[in-house]
Design a protein around this ligand. Sequence first.
Ligand SMILES: NC(=O)c1ccc[n+]([C@@H]2O[C@H](COP(=O)([O-])OP(=O)(O)OC[C@H]3O[C@@H](n4cnc5c(N)ncnc54)[C@H](OP(=O)(O)O)[C@@H]3O)[C@@H](O)[C@H]2O)c1
Length: 257
Amino acid sequence: MDIVLIGSGNVATVLGRKSVASGHHIVQVYSRNQDHANALAIRLGTSSTSYISSISKKADLFIMALRDEALRFFLKDFGKINALAVHTAGAVSISELKDTSPSYGVLYPLQSLRKELEIIPALSILVDGNNAQTKSLIRRFAATISETVLEADDTSRMKYHLAATIVNNFSNYLFTMAASFCEKENISFAALQPLIEETVMRLRNTSAAAAQTGPAIRNDQSTIRLHQGLLTEYPAILKFYNLFTDEIQKYALSVKP
Ligand SMILES: NC(=O)c1ccc[n+]([C@@H]2O[C@H](COP(=O)([O-])OP(=O)(O)OC[C@H]3O[C@@H](n4cnc5c(N)ncnc54)[C@H](OP(=O)(O)O)[C@@H]3O)[C@@H](O)[C@H]2O)c1
């Protein structure tokens, strides 16, 4: 497909690289900052612009990977096209594109992306389209750059977005707290890396509920008290510790045969 990339950030970079690697042609990169547009265009072997009026209309697909709050303003200035137009946001309705093209939809990568990534991780992509034909076109394109393509309307996409926030952003914040505790207590956070990896790898064949281990699920009160004692100087971590311990124990009781 001939593609125009709108945006030069994390998602535009990763989708652009994936598209080129799959044999698609990037016609042009647009970004409001010319240096950013140019940097990505050079990387993808194409041209760039920072003028909305100079965006090429000769493409099959326009991928709009802008910051959520910038998309609406961009679309107002961009006007109408006849080609397929998609945005990449988890929390923005498909209908934002209804006045842009007769064929529009969503191409939402369910992955945490950084433009600096050397190796692009596996991506699940959630797709939506304003009619069956558009949905099928977007689905077929998505399948060329992603191993897993799922259809999701606004409501389902929002639910995936929320689940993604829990598994990625919240678990990462737990790592941040653990790392800060390790640093202050002069122990090695790096020593926990194999455990972190095993915790995630185990989910490939076991449900998260079945994989739960630790003093809370065992109702090991003496270890819980020792941990709480170690956290007296860390009230924020203690708050999480007590909340998780209570919730894990409540869950264990609720599923007990
Ligand atoms: N990153 C992820 O992991 C991820 C995953 C799935 C979906 N998404 C979604 O994909 C979209 C893009 O995310 P991203 O991570 O690629 O964002 P990003 O790296 O912050 O890039 C944002 C792009 O938006 C442009 N931009 C920012 N503010 C603007 C404004 N006021 N007017 C015009 N352009 C503006 C930037 O242009 P300049 O650099 O030229 O200023 C840049 O090209 C968002 O909807 C995000 O929710 C992100």
